[in-house]
Ligand binder design. Structure first.
Ligand code: KIV
Length: 265
């Protein structure tokens, strides 16, 4: 796989080619996923839950994110590394700049933050200073206490229109990628068609330009409740690399996710 950049992801959207995103938290998984053709490695703050056993992403710190980003960078074989900005590390644009700089210096190629229109100034400030940004909309896990749980977002008309407006505002502010989590498949299709920015989905149907899964989920390493949007690629696989390769192949072919992995309005 040649080196993945923001430009190659934008070109993929223009050509109608889907790309694959997978979380990675350490050098070994980063190496395997990258070598299997995953275009974007997400150092997700989901590490707070799947690695640390916490009940949300809220306690994850910037130092922890930098530690795992550096480990992923050491194993990477040419994928684009996207690191999550953890809870309250971007509450103001100034704070966002310092936090994003730390993640980029640890080895990230871009950062991801959660939220809509209120982040316009922050996204503009980061992108103007050379830090590519992915804006995460829909079920934003750092808002779990405000949402009152992990719930599908954008189901009513007003919320759907707001999400569409947020996506356009993030694009106008300079966001290089968007990510939609747990939104009705029809709404995700509308957002994807309305923006030139590539859209990654998780629990958002298969009309988005890319898909992301948590690596532990798609390898069947989930001792708790298995989310509806997860597929276990270890079933019938000849090992971890083969499972990741199947995930990549199904995303590219548009056969994952199936209708059973998505949500209705
Ligand atoms: O932290 C994470 O892994 C994420 C994905 C679930 C999209 O943000």
């Amino acid at each position: 796989m040649s080196k993945i950049t923001i430009n190659s992801l934008h070109a993929a959207k223009q050509k109608g080619e889907k790309f694959t995103v997978l979380t990675a938290y350490d050098a070994t998984f980063a190496h395997l996923a990258s070598a299997a053709g995953v275009e974007v490695l997400l150092v997700g703050d989901s590490l707070g839950m799947v690695l640390q056993g916490k009940d949300s992403t809220v306690p994850v710190t910037l130092d922890e994110m930098c530690y795992h980003t550096a480990a992923v960078a050491r194993g990477n074989q040419g994928s684009l590394i996207m690191a999550d900005m953890p809870f309250m590390s971007y509450a103001t644009p100034q704070q966002a700049m310092a936090s994003a700089a730390a993640l980029m210096q640890a080895g990230a190629h871009m950062v991801k933050l959660e939220g809509g229109a209120w982040l316009v100034d922050t996204v503009a400030m980061l992108t103007e200073r050379g830090i590519p940004v992915c804006a995460h909309l829909g079920l934003t896990p750092q808002y779990v206490h405000k949402f009152g749980g992990y719930k599908v977002q954008g189901r009513d008309n007003a919320a759907a229109e707001q999400m569409l407006a947020d996506a356009k505002a993030m694009q106008a502010a300079g966001a290089d990628l968007l990510l939609l989590e747990c939104v009705p498949s029809a709404l995700a299709a509308r957002v994807t068609a309305a923006v030139q920015t590539p859209v990654i989905g998780i629990g958002a149907g298969n009309a988005t330009d890319a898909q992301v899964l948590v690596c532990y989920d798609m390898l069947g390493m989930n001792p708790g409740r298995i989310p509806k949007f997860v597929k276990n690629y270890m079933t019938g696989a000849q090992g971890i690399s083969d499972a990741i390769g199947r995930y990549v192949a199904e995303v590219k072919a548009g056969t994952f996710p199936g209708p059973e992995h998505g949500f209705d309005a």
